[in-house]
Design a protein around this ligand. Structure first.
Ligand SMILES: *Cc1c(COP(=O)(O)O)cnc(C)c1O
Length: 408
């Protein structure tokens, strides 16, 4: 039952999955309703510690809030990371409630409106401008408000990163300014009354290959060095993006963090020390920080046998955890790690298909998975639910109640 590395990470007690030092049934009783999401505080802390140990000390670790914007999670991480990246003014408000000073907050994403930019300029967060229009808006709003906007430019690189689950740089993109258009914009920015800090490149998400991630970081540094040479004063901000993936499927191999750290250490000691000596170097991670620290817990409400197939019907589904159903960015549907959380010591029996309670065949959570025989009332746990879970799911679809979320 515990072959997937993440399942083993949680640990068990009394034959049950253990979270935040509690057995799963006790936690379910504490929450009082299923389904629910639970995020493990100690695992989040351990994750940050593991990253700190592997990455060079000088790297600023930033949390990309859209991966999991639950306020308690954001509050907990605010005490552990150096910075946070937000993708909306809603996320910005959540982060401004934490101990992190506004100078440690960046605001990225296409399509920022004047109203959003105005809030961000007033807050003093760093606006990562993604187009010439956004540059115009920021300059105008800074003049109007009488505050100097803190800004960086998000650059769409001229290379692509292979092996990313979602590509967000290279080729035509809605993200960032194409590198060939940047010199023209820099001339404008140098003349404008803004505090221009530096550059941001985020080339792709969910990548498990340390060699490819390392190459992307090297090429990003080269690109930023070339752009920085055009500026009259040294840049103070270099955001290398992130994109570190987590293992979702049986054959996925966890990313080699030490190899990434070694590559970054070499970059810091060579190109960055020589050419970008005043820059804070940021690595920005969402999924890698929180994805493996959370579970989605559902309860079996029905068991069925239909023409040779065994089914478990649970009280949750794709309306809460879309990704596990395979409908969030997967080309071929594969099963997320799954367990009967109150039968962790029992051997797996024949394959069973776990479905949610929505009236659509899309609501498939585990297709012919090997689980111990489960009864009505048992707790089915879906792992890798800490990132892009609840807030990336169509919660209004079919009108079921909202699930609880707890940080334990
Ligand atoms: C979504 C996003 C991230 C986080 O991506 P992960 O794959 O979750 O690490 C980082 N930076 C930016 C700009 C993003 O939009």
């Amino acid at each position: 039952m515990t072959e997937h590395p993440t399942i083993a990470t949680f640990g068990t007690a009394d034959g049950q999955l253990s979270l935040g030092g509690m057995t799963l049934q006790r936690l379910a009783a504490r929450v009082g309703t299923t389904p629910f999401f639970a995020y493990d505080r100690a695992l989040l802390t351990a994750r940050v510690e593991r990253l700190r140990a592997a990455l060079p000390k000088a790297i600023h670790l930033s949390y990309a809030v859209k991966a999991n914007p639950m306020p308690a999670v954001v509050q907990h991480l605010a005490g552990l990371v150096d910075a946070m990246d937000v993708a909306s003014t809603g996320e910005m408000a959540t982060v401004l409630d934490t101990v992190l000073p506004a100078e440690r907050v960046s605001f990225a994403g296409p399509g920022k409106t004047e109203a959003e930019i105005e809030k961000a300029v007033a807050a003093g967060v760093t606006i990562e401008m993604e187009s010439a229009t956004e540059v115009d808006r920021v300059v105008k709003i800074g003049d109007r408000l009488g505050f100097r906007p803190r800004v960086a430019l998000r650059v769409n690189p001229d290379f692509r990163v292979k092996g990313s689950g979602m590509r967000m740089g290279g080729g035509p993109q809605q993200f960032g300014v194409d590198v060939e258009q940047v010199p023209h914009l820099l001339a404008r920015l140098v003349a404008a009354d803004v505090d221009f800090l530096g550059f941001h490149v985020f080339a792709g998400s969910q990548n498990l290959d340390a060699a490819i991630l390392g190459e992307a970081q090297r090429r990003t540094v080269d690109l930023i060095v070339a752009l920085a040479e055009r500026l009259p004063s040294p840049i103070r901000y270099v955001n290398l993006g992130g994109g570190f993936g987590i293992p979702y499927f049986a054959k996925d191999i966890p990313v080699d963090l030490d190899a990434i750290g070694a590559n970054l250490a070499e970059l810091m000691a060579t190109r960055i020390a020589a050419c970008l000596p005043e820059a804070a170097v940021v690595v920005e991670l969402g999924r890698y920080l929180v994805g493996e620290c959370g579970v989605y817990v559902t309860r079996v409400v029905d068991r069925k046998h239909s023409r040779g197939r065994d089914y478990l019907v649970v009280d949750g589904g794709m309306h809460h955890q879309l990704a596990a159903s395979g409908n969030f960015g997967q080309v071929i549907r594969r099963n997320y790690p799954i367990a009967v959380g109150n039968r962790m010591d029992e051997p797996a029996a024949g394959p069973v298909t776990v479905v949610g309670c929505l009236c659509t065949p899309l609501d498939l959570l585990g297709d012919e998975v090997a689980l111990p025989p489960a009864d009505i009332g048992d707790l089915i746990v879906l792992f890798q639910a800490g990132a892009y879970g609840l807030t990336a799911s169509p919660t209004a679809f079919l009108g079921h109640p909202h699930p609880a979320e707890v940080l334990v």
